[in-house]
Design a protein around this ligand. Sequence first.
Ligand SMILES: C[S@@+](CC[C@H](N)C(=O)[O-])C[C@H]1O[C@@H](n2cnc3c(N)ncnc32)[C@H](O)[C@@H]1O
Ligand code: SF4
Ligand code: SF4
Length: 320
Amino acid sequence: MSNPVPLAEPTNFGEGQYPYALVNVTNVCNLDCRHCFVFRADNPQSPRNKMNDATMLHQLETLRDKHGIRSMLFMGGEPMIRKDMVLKAIKLFPESAVVTNGTYGIPSIPGHLVTVSLDGPADLNDLIRGKGVFAKVKEAVFARDASDGTTVILQMAVTRENSPGLEKFLEQVAEWPIDGVAFSFYVPVKNDETGLGWKDLKERDKVLERVIALKKKYPHVIKSHTATLEMMKSDRAIEWTGEHGEKCILRRDTLPLYMGDGGQFEKPFCCYGNDVDCTRCGAYAVFNRAYLASQGRGNAPRYGRDGSADAAPIVKDTAE
Ligand SMILES: C[S@@+](CC[C@H](N)C(=O)[O-])C[C@H]1O[C@@H](n2cnc3c(N)ncnc32)[C@H](O)[C@@H]1O
Ligand code: SF4
Ligand code: SF4
């Protein structure tokens, strides 16, 4: 009788404790969004989809025990391309969340969170995510059983390009059978030349003001905290990020697991990969973690019935 092939052990990421982690379960995606950080040249993204299910489950369990991971965010690429593996892996963690583009349907994971990405009203979303994607995602959201115990949040990654559509987006989705809408903002690379970021943070302030106004209009739909949005403004954002991520709570306590060389996990600089421009970081989660810490709620559960998830997760949120 032949012995079973031993499962590859994970890369050694040191002894640090990370209560939170995210994992790119695949580098494969069926969309090609204009703003996507995953496929940037400097990020681990090759080879594609080369860790088999048994190895990935084993490695996630090993890393959970070694680093004390309590919350796992499943993303990609498109995580629903490996739906069967993801549905097994979410059981390994007390809290799990899945961020999906919604084109493969919305998974049912009672007690956990599914964040569905849509980047604005139909016309602007489809410019970024591809023709027909808004309609497809809408169909999937309406087709699910809204009473199955899964928390479903829509998330818009706001860029300079889609920001004109903020108000129209809310008009279009406010009545959908969802648990809320979350916003995160573009995370650029250093010397970003895509035109998706703002000239400077002052210019972004005007967009933050519009989200704050929308929060007043739709307090129970929009999950973002006004206080957190204020902390993202140009006069103080650097306090929570630092020039090079040295003040970023997310970087400190969240282990980013990217699929890299040799079919092993790699740990990039932060959840958003390598070569990021922290001085212009728009990751809502960074500022919300700082906000919650300032309220003595640094250990609040991150994914809950009213939670949301960024590329890195957002904590439990309340309308205020
Ligand atoms: C990288 S995607 C992976 C999961 C899935 N494919 C999806 O689109 O939801 C995770 C989230 O990151 C957001 N995102 C991608 N690039 C970004 C960037 N440069 N800045 C901020 N958010 C970004 C996406 O819009 C999406 O909501
Ligand atoms: S944002 Fe998500 S759906 Fe879009 S290309 Fe990136 S991984 Fe794919
Ligand atoms: S998440 Fe943190 S480390 Fe990453 S770009 Fe933003 S501020 Fe920098």
